[in-house]
Design a protein around this ligand. Structure first.
Ligand SMILES: [Zn+2]
Length: 502
C-alpha cells in the first residue's frame, strides 16, 4: 500500500494561532510527543523569525530522534543560513523555503515580477540544496496562482533540486473538486513532477482544509501538512487527526496508509491543547470530548449490542482509556516515577523534585489521584520551568455569600518580596483579579475565562484557562487547584507573568 507522508506543522503554523505561543521547554515536550505519534516530518519553527524560535528549533534538532526535523525559511540566503544552523544537529533534516506566486502577492507584497520570483525561487532552492539534500519549496498562495506560471515554478524548483514541492491553499479559498483538479493538472503538465513528492498545505477558512487535502491526495499528492487539533493561523490548518483517521477508517476507499501510531492521538491532542491553551470544542471530530459519546438511548442500546452499529471507529483506536485510578496519599517517589514513565513524561531531576512536591501537596487535599491530575502537575511544571517565575500566589482569603459583597485578600510573592492587597468586586473571581491588579498596578482586559474539572469526583482538580488582552496582544494563562478560585488566580498570574516578561 502506498504511503502518505504526514508533515506536522503544529510548532510552526500551529504556534501562529493568536495567543498560542509556547516556551522552549513546552515545544520540546510536544516535539517528543510528535515523535512518539510517528509523524514523518515536523516543522519545528521558523528560525530566522526570532532568537527564541532559533533556540527552540536547534534544541529540538539536538534532542528529538525519529522524524525529519524541518525549519522554515524565506527564499533568502540569510534566512536559509540561519535555518540550516538551527537544524544541522539533526541527521534527518529538511529546509523548507517559500515564495509567493499569486498575482496579488507578487504585486502588492513582494513587488516583484513573475520572472524575478521564478529566479529567486530557483536560487533559494539551489542554495538550500548546497546545505542539505532534503529541500522543500512552497509557492505561497499557490491555489490563487496563475496555472501556467505555477507549472513553470514547480518544474524549475524540481530541476533546482527540490525533493518536495508543497502546494498551499494559504488563504483557505479552494473548493475540494477545484483543488483536486489543480493537483491533477500539475501531474499532467509538469514533465519532471515524478522527481519530487507533491505536498499540500490547506487552511480552514471555509472549513474545507481536510476535504481539500484529501482531494489532493486522491489526485496524487503524497504529503499532507497538518496540525494537531487543526491549530494554525486564523481558522487553522487541516487537522492531523482527521486526515489520519479518514485514511485509516476508509482504507479500502483510499488504499493508502500513514505511519501514524493512532493510539497516541488522544494524548497528543490533550498535551497540545493544555500547553497552548487552545480549548478543543466538545463536538470536534476525533478528539472532541463528545466524539465518542452516544447520548440518544437508541444509539446507546445499539452500541452496547454491537459497537459498529453507530461507531465507525473505536475510542481505543485513538488511545482513549477510561480514567484510571493511580496514586494516593501513601504513594512514594518510586510509584510516582513509574507513573511518569508510563505516561511518557521526561523530567530533569530538578523538575522531578518540584513535581513530586506538588504531587504530595495534591495528595493531601485529594484522596484519589488520576492520570489527568498527574499530567496537569507536569503541565504546570512545564509552563514555568526554564523561565524565571515572577509573581506567585502566596495565599488568598475570600469572603463571599448570598446577599453580601465579596471581598478578596491576596498575598503575592515575587522573589523574596511579598505584596498584599484587598479588593471587592462582582464575585469572588472578579474581586481577586481586582486585588491582583492593585498589586501589579496595571489593568488587563480579560477576554476569556473558563474552568473545568480535570478528573472525576467532587474533589477533582479544577483547571482555569484565561486569555487577557494587553496593548492589542493576547496572552494565555492556565492554573490548577482543588479550589477553583485559587486556580483562577493562578491562571491570571501565569498570563500576567507572560506580559511582564515581554
Ligand atoms: Zn499555513
Amino acid at each position: 500500500m502506498e504511503k502518505v507522508i504526514i508533515f506536522d506543522t503544529t510548532l510552526r503554523d500551529g504556534e501562529q494561532s493568536p495567543g498560542a505561543s509556547l516556551n522552549t521547554k513546552q515545544k520540546l515536550e510536544i516535539a517528543h510527543q510528535l515523535s512518539a505519534l510517528g509523524v514523518d516530518v515536523f516543522e519545528a519553527g521558523f528560525p530566522a523569525s526570532s532568537p527564541g524560535d532559533f533556540e527552540a528549533v536547534s534544541l529540538i534538532a539536538k534532542k528529538v530522534k525519529g522524524p525529519i526535523i524541518c525549519g522554515l525559511a524565506r527564499a533568502l540566503r540569510k534566512d536559509i543560513d540561519i535555518c540550516f544552523n538551527a537544524i544541522k544537529h539533526s541527521k534527518k533534516r529538511r529546509i523548507h523555503t517559500f515564495l509567493a506566486t499569486s498575482p496579488i502577492h507578487m504585486k502588492y507584497k513582494l513587488k516583484l515580477t513573475p520572472n524575478e520570483v521564478l529566479r529567486r525561487a530557483v536560487d533559494a532552492v539551489k542554495y538550500a540544496k548546497s546545505k542539505t539534500f532534503d529541500v522543500e519549496f512552497s509557492p505561497e498562495d499557490a491555489a490563487r496562482s496563475e496555472s501556467d506560471f505555477l507549472c513553470r515554478v514547480v518544474e524549475a524548483v524540481i530541476d533546482a533540486g527540490a525533493t518536495t514541492v508543497n502546494i498551499p491553499d494559504t488563504v483557505g479559498y479552494s473548493i475540494p473538486s477545484e483543488f483536486g483538479e489543480l493537483i491533477a493538472r500539475l501531474f499532467a503538465r509538469v514533465p519532471n513532477i515524478n522527481k519530487a513528492v507533491i505536498s499540500v498545505h490547506c487552511h480552514n477558512d471555509l472549513g474545507l482544509a481536510v476535504a481539500n487535502s484529501l482531494a489532493a491526495v486522491m489526485n496524487g499528492a503524497r504529503q499532507v501538512e497538518c496540525t494537531i487539533n487543526g491549530l494554525g493561523e486564523r481558522a487553522g490548518n487541516a487537522s492531523l487527526e482527521e486526515i489520519v483517521m479518514c485514511l485509516r477508517t476508509r482504507k479500502k476507499f483510499f488504499n493508502l496508509s500513514t505511519g501514524i501510531k493512532t493510539t497516541e492521538i488522544s494524548k497528543t491532542s490533550k498535551l497540545v491543547s493544555s500547553l497552548t491553551g487552545m480549548i478543543i470544542q466538545p463536538n470536534k471530530a476525533i478528539v472532541g470530548n463528545n466524539a465518542f459519546a452516544h447520548e440518544a438511548g437508541i444509539h446507546q442500546h445499539g452500541v452496547l449490542a454491537r459497537s459498529s452499529t453507530y461507531e465507525i471507529m473505536t475510542p481505543q483506536s485513538i488511545g482513549l482509556k477510561a480514567s484510571s485510578l493511580v496514586l494516593g496519599k501513601h504513594s512514594g517517589r518510586h510509584a510516582f516515577e513509574k507513573k511518569l514513565r508510563e505516561l511518557g513524561i521526561r523530567l530533569t531531576p530538578g523538575e522531578f523534585e518540584k513535581a513530586f512536591k506538588d504531587f504530595k501537596t495534591l495528595a493531601d487535599k485529594k484522596k484519589d489521584i488520576y492520570d489527568e491530575d498527574i499530567e496537569s502537575i507536569i503541565e504546570d511544571e512545564l509552563s514555568q520551568s526554564g523561565e524565571k517565575r515572577m509573581y506567585e500566589l502566596e495565599n488568598i482569603f475570600i469572603s463571599s455569600g448570598t446577599g453580601m459583597k465579596p471581598v478578596a485578600r491576596i498575598k503575592l510573592k515575587k522573589g523574596n518580596k511579598s505584596f498584599s492587597a484587598e479588593a471587592s468586586g462582582d464575585g469572588p473571581v472578579d474581586s481577586s483579579y481586582k486585588a491582583v491588579d492593585k498589586i501589579i498596578s496595571q489593568k488587563f482586559k480579560l477576554i476569556d475565562y473558563s474552568v473545568k474539572s480535570i478528573s472525576i469526583g467532587k474533589d477533582a482538580v479544577g483547571e482555569a484557562m484565561i486569555r487577557l488582552n494587553y496593548k492589542g496582544k493576547t496572552f494565555f494563562g492556565r492554573g490548577t487547584s482543588t479550589d477553583v478560585i485559587e486556580a483562577s488566580v493562578k491562571a491570571y498570574l501565569s498570563a500576567i507573568n507572560k506580559v511582564l516578561r515581554k
